[in-house]
Ligand binder design. Structure first.
Ligand SMILES: C[S@@+](CC[C@H](N)C(=O)[O-])C[C@H]1O[C@@H](n2cnc3c(N)ncnc32)[C@H](O)[C@@H]1O
Length: 235
């Protein structure tokens, strides 16, 4: 897959409101204290763990890994440019491992290696949290071709979810909902920047056609719910 560079590049996913709400959700799932060790796999610009590091002043800096080092990645955490599986093989232990909106980058066999290593790297009573777009009735505003690509990707996610549930066995499942209010102008610029992986392989022509569709079909203000499924596993 081509590199995903603009996912959290000044989008709702990096907004204060989103990170605050995500933190509130996390607090209900895990205990966050000074001595908690946190790993974020596929952390992007690391907005989430950077917020947590600032808030909880972890004694051991939160670690974020990503195959891509983006410009303006947060500086107050320990960022490692690495493939997830390669990093996990080092065997460093954590209390919380977050894998947010990243599973779709893994094949069916690679996801099993990822899960096995993540479990191994959890401390006793540690928690693995996996977040991914809900696969049914998704509200992300799309143009036709984008919808087709997204549906294809979500079908793959359904297979991955089955593999994850089989592998982890004891999991809890809840949704994280975020109400997005965004101007059409801003959303179009996100599409131009190919903010989602389902946009990465479209040609320039397909993208421009899609933007025309969005401009025609949507009002100036877009309001929708961004829903993530959260699967949590406790060791
Ligand atoms: C959709 S973004 C999610 C970023 C962040 N977790 C968030 O939710 O805001 C997925 C990220 O996973 C990273 N990624 C993809 N494959 C990876 C791999 N094998 N190892 C580590 N990171 C990977 C991508 O570079 C990208 O930054």
């Amino acid at each position: 897959m081509k590199p995903l560079k603009n996912w959290d590049n000044k989008t709702w996913l990096s907004s204060k409101k989103y990170i605050n709400q995500f933190h509130k959700f996390l607090k209900k799932k895990v205990i966050l204290k000074k001595n908690t060790r946190v790993l974020d796999i596929g952390c992007g610009r690391a907005y989430i763990i950077s917020f947590l590091q600032k808030k909880y002043k972890f004694e051991t800096k939160a670690v974020g890994i990503d195959i891509l080092r983006n410009k303006n990645t947060r500086k107050n955490i320990l960022f490692k440019k690495s493939d997830a599986i390669k990093y996990l093989k080092k065997g460093n232990k954590f209390d919380i491992i977050i894998i947010k909106q990243t599973i779709h980058f893994f094949s069916k066999t690679k996801i099993i290696s990822l899960l096995n290593l993540a479990k191994k790297n959890l401390n006793t009573k540690g928690t693995l949290l996996i977040f991914s777009l809900k696969t049914k009735n998704n509200k992300i505003p799309c143009f036709k071709k984008m919808k087709k690509q997204l549906s294809y990707s979500l079908k793959k996610d359904e297979i991955l979810f089955k593999i994850i549930k089989k592998n982890l066995k004891r999991i809890k499942e809840v949704n994280f909902n975020f109400n997005v209010r965004i101007s059409k102008k801003k959303y179009v610029s996100m599409i131009k920047n190919r903010y989602m992986s389902c946009l990465l392989n479209l040609s320039k022509k397909e993208l421009n056609k899609g933007i025309d569709e969005i401009n025609f079909n949507f009002k100036n203000q877009l309001n929708f719910t961004d829903t993530l499924k959260c699967l949590s596993f406790r060791k």
